[in-house]
Design a protein around this ligand. Structure first.
Ligand code: RET
Length: 133
């Protein structure tokens, strides 16, 4: 499987605004969040992952094992609880976040030297690209 370990900095973001609107993030928070260049720190040990997304404004940590459902609180994002599960799809990790919002989840993969993140909520898709720090 792919090795995501390392520190990654955001370099580009498509439709993050649409994703945040779909999540119901308020206007003021969206204006700030759009300007941020978050950093991701991946710690991967076999099928155990810890992914921290940090920014000057707010940060988010998620920890999971592949294939094991966990309660996600999305604290500091939209604060809605989900039942989440992450699985491998080839060299991609795909998260399904089951809860109030339809079609919610994300996919991470590596392409060349870049880390990609596709964020999905309802009919919105945002794609972010990160480079190694
Ligand atoms: C920030 C700033 C505050 C508002 C929002 C944010 C969004 C964070 C997201 C994090 C996704 C994390 C994932 C982790 C696992 O790989 C930047 C904290 C809405 C969308 C997918």
């Amino acid at each position: 499987p792919a090795d995501f370990n390392g520190t990654w900095n955001l370099v580009s973001s498509e439709n993050f605004e649409g994703y945040m609107v779909a999540l119901g993030i308020d206007f003021a928070t969206r204006k700030i969040a759009k300007m941020l260049k978050p950093q991701k720190v991946f710690k991967q040990d076999g099928d155990s992952f810890s992914i921290s997304t940090t920014s000057t404004f707010r940060s988010y940590l998620v920890e999971f094992r592949i294939g094991e459902e966990f309660e996600e609180d999305n604290k500091g994002l939209d604060n809605r609880k989900c039942k989440s599960v992450v699985n491998w799809d080839g060299d991609k990790i795909v998260c399904v976040q089951t809860g109030e919002k339809k079609n919610r989840g994300w996919t991470h993969w590596i392409e060349g030297d870049d880390l990609y993140l596709e964020l999905r909520c309802e009919d919105q898709v945002s794609t972010q690209v990160f480079k190694r720090a």
